[in-house]
Ligand binder design. Sequence first.
Ligand code: ZN
Length: 224
Amino acid sequence: MIPYPAPAEEAVDHRKNPPALLTSQDREGWIPCWIQTARRSQLSTDILYDPQLFVILFRIDSDLAEKARADRCSCGGRLDTADYPRKPRAPIDLGPEHHRRHSFCCAECRCRTTPPSVRFFARRVYAFPVVVLVTALAAGLSGSRLATLRKEFGVDRRTLERWRVWWRELFPQTPFWKTARARFFPPVDGAQLNVVHERFAGGLDGLVALLRFFSPMSCASHAL
Ligand SMILES: [Zn+2]
Protein backbone atom coordinates (compact mmCIF):
# COMPACT_ATOMS: atom_id res chain seq x y z
CA MET A 1 0.00 0.00 0.00
CA ILE A 2 1.27 3.41 -0.91
CA PRO A 3 0.74 5.76 2.01
CA TYR A 4 -1.20 8.85 1.27
CA PRO A 5 0.95 11.85 2.12
CA ALA A 6 0.04 13.74 5.24
CA PRO A 7 -1.98 16.86 4.48
CA ALA A 8 -0.02 20.07 4.30
CA GLU A 9 -0.74 22.76 6.82
CA GLU A 10 -1.65 25.28 4.18
CA ALA A 11 -4.69 24.97 1.95
CA VAL A 12 -4.10 22.75 -1.05
CA ASP A 13 -6.03 22.94 -4.28
CA HIS A 14 -6.61 19.22 -4.82
CA ARG A 15 -8.15 19.75 -8.24
CA LYS A 16 -4.85 21.15 -9.51
CA ASN A 17 -2.78 18.65 -7.61
CA PRO A 18 -4.88 15.54 -7.04
CA PRO A 19 -3.46 12.97 -4.64
CA ALA A 20 -3.36 9.52 -6.19
CA LEU A 21 -5.37 6.66 -4.81
CA LEU A 22 -3.53 3.86 -3.25
CA THR A 23 -3.42 0.78 -5.43
CA SER A 24 -1.33 0.03 -8.46
CA GLN A 25 -4.58 -0.57 -10.35
CA ASP A 26 -5.62 2.97 -9.60
CA ARG A 27 -2.35 4.25 -10.94
CA GLU A 28 -2.69 2.27 -14.15
CA GLY A 29 -5.62 3.79 -15.90
CA TRP A 30 -7.99 4.93 -13.19
CA ILE A 31 -8.74 8.59 -12.96
CA PRO A 32 -7.28 9.66 -9.65
CA CYS A 33 -9.91 10.80 -7.25
CA TRP A 34 -9.04 13.77 -5.20
CA ILE A 35 -10.11 14.27 -1.70
CA GLN A 36 -11.86 17.37 -0.69
CA THR A 37 -11.13 18.59 2.74
CA ALA A 38 -11.94 22.23 2.30
CA ARG A 39 -15.36 22.30 0.68
CA ARG A 40 -18.38 20.15 0.09
CA SER A 41 -19.15 19.25 -3.47
CA GLN A 42 -22.39 20.68 -4.74
CA LEU A 43 -24.98 18.07 -5.59
CA SER A 44 -27.08 18.70 -8.64
CA THR A 45 -29.01 16.54 -11.06
CA ASP A 46 -28.17 18.86 -13.98
CA ILE A 47 -25.22 16.71 -14.89
CA LEU A 48 -27.49 13.74 -15.66
CA TYR A 49 -28.86 15.72 -18.61
CA ASP A 50 -25.41 16.26 -20.08
CA PRO A 51 -24.88 13.90 -23.06
CA GLN A 52 -21.14 14.30 -22.58
CA LEU A 53 -21.40 12.35 -19.33
CA PHE A 54 -22.65 9.26 -21.12
CA VAL A 55 -20.07 9.63 -23.90
CA ILE A 56 -17.33 9.57 -21.27
CA LEU A 57 -18.89 6.65 -19.40
CA PHE A 58 -19.20 4.65 -22.62
CA ARG A 59 -15.50 5.18 -23.35
CA ILE A 60 -14.54 4.11 -19.85
CA ASP A 61 -16.64 0.95 -20.10
CA SER A 62 -15.04 0.18 -23.45
CA ASP A 63 -11.59 0.51 -21.90
CA LEU A 64 -12.58 -1.72 -18.97
CA ALA A 65 -13.91 -4.31 -21.43
CA GLU A 66 -10.74 -4.24 -23.52
CA LYS A 67 -8.64 -4.74 -20.41
CA ALA A 68 -10.78 -7.72 -19.37
CA ARG A 69 -10.46 -9.24 -22.83
CA ALA A 70 -6.69 -8.75 -22.83
CA ASP A 71 -6.43 -10.41 -19.42
CA ARG A 72 -8.20 -13.51 -20.83
CA CYS A 73 -10.17 -16.02 -18.79
CA SER A 74 -8.74 -17.31 -15.51
CA CYS A 75 -8.21 -20.63 -17.33
CA GLY A 76 -6.14 -18.81 -19.94
CA GLY A 77 -8.77 -19.13 -22.66
CA ARG A 78 -9.70 -16.50 -25.21
CA LEU A 79 -12.69 -14.31 -24.31
CA ASP A 80 -15.38 -13.96 -26.96
CA THR A 81 -17.98 -11.21 -26.95
CA ALA A 82 -21.25 -12.22 -25.27
CA ASP A 83 -22.82 -8.89 -24.32
CA TYR A 84 -25.98 -8.57 -22.26
CA PRO A 85 -28.86 -6.65 -23.82
CA ARG A 86 -29.77 -3.71 -21.59
CA LYS A 87 -31.82 -0.56 -21.77
CA PRO A 88 -30.73 1.74 -18.95
CA ARG A 89 -33.16 4.44 -17.87
CA ALA A 90 -31.77 7.95 -17.88
CA PRO A 91 -33.29 11.44 -18.17
CA ILE A 92 -32.03 11.73 -21.75
CA ASP A 93 -32.31 9.31 -24.65
CA LEU A 94 -29.27 7.07 -24.79
CA GLY A 95 -28.04 5.76 -28.13
CA PRO A 96 -27.87 2.10 -29.14
CA GLU A 97 -24.30 1.88 -27.90
CA HIS A 98 -25.78 1.94 -24.38
CA HIS A 99 -28.12 -0.95 -25.07
CA ARG A 100 -25.48 -3.57 -24.36
CA ARG A 101 -23.41 -4.31 -21.30
CA HIS A 102 -20.01 -5.70 -22.15
CA SER A 103 -19.57 -9.32 -21.20
CA PHE A 104 -17.51 -12.24 -22.47
CA CYS A 105 -17.66 -15.99 -22.68
CA CYS A 106 -14.52 -18.11 -22.54
CA ALA A 107 -13.82 -20.05 -25.75
CA GLU A 108 -12.40 -22.91 -23.67
CA CYS A 109 -14.37 -23.34 -20.42
CA ARG A 110 -17.43 -21.23 -21.42
CA CYS A 111 -17.27 -19.28 -18.14
CA ARG A 112 -18.60 -15.73 -18.15
CA THR A 113 -16.44 -12.70 -17.51
CA THR A 114 -18.30 -9.42 -17.02
CA PRO A 115 -16.00 -6.44 -16.54
CA PRO A 116 -16.81 -3.64 -14.10
CA SER A 117 -18.98 -0.85 -15.44
CA VAL A 118 -19.58 2.83 -14.79
CA ARG A 119 -22.90 2.75 -16.66
CA PHE A 120 -24.68 -0.31 -15.28
CA PHE A 121 -25.25 -1.20 -11.66
CA ALA A 122 -25.92 -4.94 -11.59
CA ARG A 123 -29.39 -5.51 -13.01
CA ARG A 124 -30.83 -2.17 -11.99
CA VAL A 125 -32.90 -0.73 -14.81
CA TYR A 126 -31.63 2.78 -14.10
CA ALA A 127 -28.24 3.91 -15.33
CA PHE A 128 -25.57 3.76 -12.63
CA PRO A 129 -25.08 7.57 -12.44
CA VAL A 130 -28.83 8.01 -11.90
CA VAL A 131 -28.84 5.53 -9.02
CA VAL A 132 -25.83 7.16 -7.40
CA LEU A 133 -26.80 10.80 -7.78
CA VAL A 134 -30.50 10.44 -6.99
CA THR A 135 -29.74 8.37 -3.89
CA ALA A 136 -27.14 10.87 -2.71
CA LEU A 137 -29.54 13.75 -3.23
CA ALA A 138 -32.40 11.94 -1.51
CA ALA A 139 -30.35 11.67 1.68
CA GLY A 140 -31.12 15.25 2.58
CA LEU A 141 -34.71 15.41 1.43
CA SER A 142 -38.14 14.50 2.69
CA GLY A 143 -41.77 15.21 1.91
CA SER A 144 -42.55 17.22 -1.17
CA ARG A 145 -38.92 17.80 -2.13
CA LEU A 146 -38.31 14.06 -2.13
CA ALA A 147 -41.45 13.52 -4.19
CA THR A 148 -40.27 16.12 -6.72
CA LEU A 149 -36.95 14.34 -7.06
CA ARG A 150 -38.65 10.99 -7.59
CA LYS A 151 -41.02 12.48 -10.13
CA GLU A 152 -38.22 14.12 -12.11
CA PHE A 153 -36.53 10.78 -12.71
CA GLY A 154 -39.60 8.55 -12.67
CA VAL A 155 -38.35 6.57 -9.68
CA ASP A 156 -41.17 5.12 -7.62
CA ARG A 157 -41.18 5.30 -3.84
CA ARG A 158 -40.32 1.65 -3.23
CA THR A 159 -37.43 1.69 -5.67
CA LEU A 160 -35.87 4.76 -4.13
CA GLU A 161 -36.36 3.36 -0.65
CA ARG A 162 -34.62 0.14 -1.74
CA TRP A 163 -31.68 2.14 -3.07
CA ARG A 164 -31.45 4.13 0.14
CA VAL A 165 -31.59 1.03 2.33
CA TRP A 166 -28.92 -0.67 0.22
CA TRP A 167 -26.51 2.25 0.44
CA ARG A 168 -27.21 2.83 4.11
CA GLU A 169 -27.27 -0.73 5.44
CA LEU A 170 -25.74 -3.13 2.93
CA PHE A 171 -23.05 -1.03 1.29
CA PRO A 172 -21.06 -0.65 4.56
CA GLN A 173 -20.93 -4.45 4.80
CA THR A 174 -19.57 -5.05 1.30
CA PRO A 175 -16.00 -6.35 0.97
CA PHE A 176 -15.48 -3.52 -1.53
CA TRP A 177 -16.18 -0.79 1.00
CA LYS A 178 -14.29 -2.50 3.81
CA THR A 179 -11.18 -2.33 1.64
CA ALA A 180 -11.83 0.88 -0.26
CA ARG A 181 -12.52 3.04 2.77
CA ALA A 182 -8.85 2.75 3.73
CA ARG A 183 -8.01 4.87 0.70
CA PHE A 184 -9.48 7.98 2.22
CA PHE A 185 -7.56 10.42 4.28
CA PRO A 186 -8.83 11.85 6.49
CA PRO A 187 -10.92 8.70 7.14
CA VAL A 188 -14.53 8.75 6.00
CA ASP A 189 -16.90 9.03 8.92
CA GLY A 190 -19.57 6.50 8.00
CA ALA A 191 -20.40 4.87 4.70
CA GLN A 192 -23.49 6.72 3.55
CA LEU A 193 -23.43 7.57 -0.10
CA ASN A 194 -23.74 11.31 0.34
CA VAL A 195 -20.82 11.25 2.78
CA VAL A 196 -18.64 9.36 0.30
CA HIS A 197 -19.81 11.59 -2.53
CA GLU A 198 -18.65 14.66 -0.65
CA ARG A 199 -15.08 13.39 -0.89
CA PHE A 200 -15.15 13.74 -4.64
CA ALA A 201 -15.12 16.94 -6.64
CA GLY A 202 -18.40 18.29 -7.96
CA GLY A 203 -19.48 18.46 -11.56
CA LEU A 204 -18.91 16.01 -14.35
CA ASP A 205 -15.33 15.13 -13.44
CA GLY A 206 -16.28 14.35 -9.86
CA LEU A 207 -19.22 12.13 -10.81
CA VAL A 208 -17.09 10.22 -13.32
CA ALA A 209 -14.39 9.70 -10.68
CA LEU A 210 -17.02 8.54 -8.18
CA LEU A 211 -18.46 6.04 -10.67
CA ARG A 212 -14.96 4.73 -11.42
CA PHE A 213 -14.46 4.30 -7.71
CA PHE A 214 -17.73 2.36 -7.39
CA SER A 215 -17.35 0.34 -10.60
CA PRO A 216 -16.08 -2.83 -8.87
CA MET A 217 -19.54 -3.00 -7.27
CA SER A 218 -21.29 -2.97 -10.63
CA CYS A 219 -21.30 -6.75 -10.87
CA ALA A 220 -24.41 -8.53 -9.70
CA SER A 221 -22.86 -10.27 -6.74
CA HIS A 222 -22.36 -6.96 -4.95
CA ALA A 223 -25.54 -5.11 -5.80
CA LEU A 224 -29.20 -5.11 -4.91
ZN1 ZN B 1 -11.98 -20.20 -19.35
